[in-house]
Design a protein around this ligand. Structure first.
Ligand code: FE2
Length: 469
């Protein structure tokens, strides 16, 4: 039966059609709020005796092994791990696939106390002068409790080097977190490194910031991060600032446990820094460190952006935790002051993509800017801007705080796609002009792409790549 036939006997259909027409003409500016309805269930922590948290067997066995890029260009790796019973060996033995000669690097140990907790021996060791595009094996520990892992170094930095990044944010350690990580691991588009957009363990959601949850989280993600680098961003759950229990040093657990190569990019603190990896120049910023004029982060970024050489690294990607463009009713406008400070620079330097987390859902913007405003005019509306980045919020790792299911209505015109689901993304850089991006919700099988877009590089191919009109 056609609409016309049914409408005469069924007035509600007329209203529906009119409502839809009104919606298209007046309200809908092309953005899409996904119709996918995730079943509303609470996120539940994996219990402490779960297999993912298991301590490796043996006396003083190294645990919580993780790696990240260890220099500016991808020829070094920082290996970190924890021993519990005694300091043990500081050394990492490593060798490439095509050599049997074991090299040895010495690291150093850190410990910290937090309220009534005393950490294990946290080892950090940088492996330097690695060959590009090479598989390396490495060993930590001693005797019977030696553990072996491996990683691939990236290809040499260059403009047309393909490279595949995974993107995960706000992970935590729930059953949903495990699903996100498993989906990422099983994705056919094999991620070679993870851009982790902040909020790691959520230890601060437990009584007195239970630091044991930092240990369990690191054991949970070891199965991925011991084998490929995760690029770290500091989120609000890394602050662990709790003066009521005597803990007055922000980021204490995070900075003891997770080292990043910030000095290699001229930064003075581990919360903002940059790396080059294959054809990407990645800038990490801190939403929770000062960014006003003359602050160290401001000064560093002002000098960093002109240093980016798009002929060497065409893809300019920024990672920060608190989103600048977010149409969920969670953390709304929390990123606004940082946006006001830095957005004109991002447009001037043609940043390709900005990844943020913090909001526990998924959203992708069109290329927009809101930089015309000054104190005298009224120009404070986001407008389409082909020199501007796409803003992606991907705080959908599945942590204990649950899903962000309350979305602002109507959907703003700058918002191209949004959905209240958990998931991860893959950024598959093909060459200097094209990158294929896909977002995968946990509720579907890995082959299902919840959101996809071909990004055109802003420097080499600044053609309109919007997905809505
Ligand atoms: Fe957050």
């Amino acid at each position: 039966m056609g609409v016309k036939g049914s409408s005469s006997s069924s007035p509600p259909v007329v209203y529906l059609v009119l409502a839809l027409a009104f919606n298209v003409a007046v309200l809908c500016n092309g953005g899409k709020t996904s119709s996918f309805v995730r079943k509303a269930e609470k996120t539940v922590d994996m219990p402490l005796d779960s297999d993912v948290f298991q301590v490796p067997p043996g006396y003083n066995a190294p645990q919580q092994v993780h790696i990240t890029q260890g220099d500016h260009v991808g020829k070094a790796v920082i290996v970190s791990w924890v021993t519990v019973d005694e300091p043990g060996s500081n050394a990492v033995l490593y060798w490439s696939d095509n050599s049997k000669n074991k090299r040895r690097a010495e690291g150093h140990i850190k410990r910290y106390s937090y309220y009534t907790y005393k950490s294990g021996y946290i080892h950090h060791c940088t492996l330097r002068r690695l060959e590009y595009n090479t598989k390396y094996y490495y060993e930590v520990g001693l005797g019977n409790t030696t553990r072996q892992f491996s990683f691939m170094t990236p290809p040499a930095v260059g403009p047309d080097v393909p490279y595949t990044f995974g993107v995960i944010g706000d992970l935590g350690q729930t059953f949903d977190s495990n699903k996100t990580l498993t989906h990422y691991e099983n994705n056919q588009l094999k991620g070679q490194a993870v851009l982790f957009i902040g909020d790691l363990s959520y230890a601060d959601d437990y009584p007195n910031h239970d630091q044991v949850r930092w240990d369990t989280w690191a054991r949970f993600v070891e199965r991925s991060v011991a084998y490929q680098p995760w690029i770290w961003v500091a989120g609000n759950h890394e602050l662990d600032y709790a003066p009521s229990i005597g803990e007055k040093i922000p980021f204490k657990p995070y900075t003891h446990r997770y080292h990043v190569p910030y000095k290699a990019s001229g930064s003075t603190a581990p919360f903002w820094y940059s790396i080059k990896r294959a054809s990407a120049h990645i800038i990490v910023l801190s939403s929770y460190s000062a960014y006003g004029k003359y602050t160290p982060q401001y000064n560093w970024l002002e000098e960093e952006l002109p240093r980016v050489n798009r002929s060497e690294t065409p893809w300019l990607i920024v990672l920060l935790h608190s989103p600048w463009y977010n149409s969920f009713n969670y953390h709304y406008m929390e990123g606004e002051s940082m946006r006001v400070m830095f957005e004109p620079w991002f447009v001037q330097h043609k940043v390709d993509i900005v990844f943020a987390g913090h909001v526990h859902g998924y959203e992708r913007s069109e290329r927009i800017s809101n930089i015309a405003y000054n104190i005298d005019n009224r120009n404070c509306t986001p407008v389409r801007d082909q020199s501007a980045p796409v803003y992606i919020t991907i705080g959908d790792g599945g942590n204990i705080e649950g899903i962000a299911s309350n979305l602002r209505e109507p959907q703003p015109s700058y918002s191209a796609f949004r959905e209240a689901s958990f998931g991860h993304a893959i950024l598959d850089i093909k060459n200097r002009t094209h990158a294929y991006y896909s977002w995968h919700r946990n509720d579907d099988g890995n082959p299902v792409e919840g959101d996809t877009v071909w990004f055109f590089n802003r420097y080499w191919h600044p053609v309109d790549d919007s997905t809505t009109k």
